[in-house]
Ligand binder design. Structure first.
Ligand code: PMP
Length: 434
């Protein structure tokens, strides 16, 4: 049942497995849960990918978020080319860092100060360090199914690849680190209240995805963040809102732009879109907290390549393309695709639920809404696997896991959506066939 593109991708995968663990540099890429050989990609343009064997795919992964303007967007490529001509890295301040930080702060109210790093993982790791330093407390609270990168303290019951491979967390995380992490069911404010009543004086921060997207997309319950912030602040702890995935994708101001009424996160994390496809992350928030960072303050945090001029050029060019028309396009493309998927699965009699967070959405292969990690794990992942491989055979590249969001870009034109529409009925029938 697994579609294995014969040829160069297979050769490359065999070579890769000899020298790179599982042949990949990030686990979900290995197609471990869906099986088969991952296509090795050699180029991409707009909404299309090309693999080593010359096969073309419509992309619904978008490098897991950054490619919001489509691949090899001419303005972004030109900005990077121009920056490259002026030097690849200085290890010293450069103007692009200032402009990128200003752009993020302009869009997201709670950002008073911001530092650039090289990945989302670095961003959440650093935000945690600031929170612990500011509060003088050790414990961090996260929600099951939320993924915040591969930070030791945040891997327990994480989504994304940890969910794809059904892992409880990760080997190699020390018991003393794990003991400082408390995991609660997503959305369970009573559990938060009880924890604060019992151990409030130990808790530095509660971190949450602005809208969970790594157990599939779970729309935060109405008023959830407002109430959560009330409890957390009442207990003298901090709220960290992780917008690495949702930032500048769910809306022009991230998911905060959708539900930022009545609450303010103390710290926020970003990544993906802000680097336009180059390695970037950022964390920021209250000035008094961010000013704890070295050299002014006692919290050490640094990076040889942080604020890299190519990365900031790509990020700024991406932001320049993210105007109201771009978000309207993303909304239309996302809605059109959701409708087509729903029609195809309904016609084939496949139980499914589609959930959204702004322009983000995912498809769960079960009939009831997904509110928690437990709900998400109760999907028919075998049906997803059949659906995935049928689409891949038809040249449609979905995230190779039932626990991931689908990503559209401004390059997903009606013609591109039509190509997906043509492939969906057969994929839905494959999902239905046990
Ligand atoms: N936080 C969230 C919400 C994410 O989705 C991710 C990556 N998918 C990360 C953090 C980690 O980012 P990175 O992979 O750049 O380290």
């Amino acid at each position: 049942m697994t579609s294995t593109p014969a040829g160069l991708s297979e050769e490359l995968f065999a070579r890769a497995r000899r020298v790179i663990p599982s042949g990949v540099n990030s686990p979900v890429r290995a197609f471990g849960s869906v099986g088969g050989t991952p296509p090795f990609l050699t180029s991409a343009s707009g909404a299309l990918l090309t693999d080593a064997d010359g096969r073309e795919y419509v992309d619904l992964v978008g490098s897991w978020g950054p490619m919001i303007l489509g691949h090899a967007n001419p303005a972004v490529v030109e900005a990077v080319r121009e920056a490259a001509g002026r030097g690849l890295s200085f290890g010293a301040p450069q103007p692009g860092e200032v402009s990128l930080a200003e752009e993020i702060a302009r869009r997201v109210g709670p950002i008073e100060r911001l530092r650039l790093v090289n990945s989302g993982t670095e961003a959440t790791m650093s935000a945690l360090r600031v929170a612990r330093a500011a509060t003088g407390r050790d414990v961090v609270v996260k929600f099951a199914g939320c993924y915040h990168g591969h930070v030791d303290a945040l891997l327990a019951e994480a989504g994304s690849g940890v969910a794809t491979f059904a892992l409880p967390g990760s080997a190699g995380v020390t018991a003393s680190t794990a003991k400082d992490t408390v995991v609660l069911p997503y959305g369970d404010l009573d559990a938060v209240r009880e924890l604060f009543a019992a151990r409030g004086d130990e808790i530095a921060a509660v971190i949450t995805e602005a809208a969970p997207c790594n157990m599939g997309v779970v729309t935060p319950p109405e008023g959830f963040h407002r109430e959560l912030a009330g409890i957390v602040h009442g207990g003298g702890a901090l709220v960290i809102s992780d917008e690495v995935l949702t930032g500048f994708r769910a809306s022009a101001a991230g998911y905060y732009g959708i539900d930022g009424e009545g609450w303010t996160p103390d710290l926020m994390t970003f990544g993906k879109v802000i680097g336009g496809g180059l390695p970037v992350g950022a964390f920021g928030g209250r000035a008094d907290l961010m000013d704890l960072l070295s050299p002014a303050g006692p919290v050490y945090q640094a990076g040889t390549l942080s604020g890299n001029p190519l990365a900031t050029a790509a990020g700024l060019a991406t932001f320049a393309g993210l105007d109201d028309a771009a978000y309207a396009h993303l909304d239309r493309a996302s809605a059109a695709l959701q409708q087509l998927v729903a029609e195809a699965l309904t016609t084939a009699g496949v139980p499914h639920v589609i959930q959204t967070a702004g322009t983000l959405f995912s498809v769960f292969f079960r009939s009831e809404p997904v509110r928690t990690y437990e709900d998400s794990k109760a999907q028919d992942t075998a049906a997803f696997t059949r659906f995935f491989h049928s689409l891949l055979d038809s040249g449609i590249y979905l995230p190779p896991s039932a626990f991931e969001a689908w990503f559209v870009s401004t390059a997903h034109t009606p013609e591109v959506i039509d190509r997906i529409a043509e492939a969906l009925p057969a994929a839905a029938r494959a999902a239905a066939s046990d």
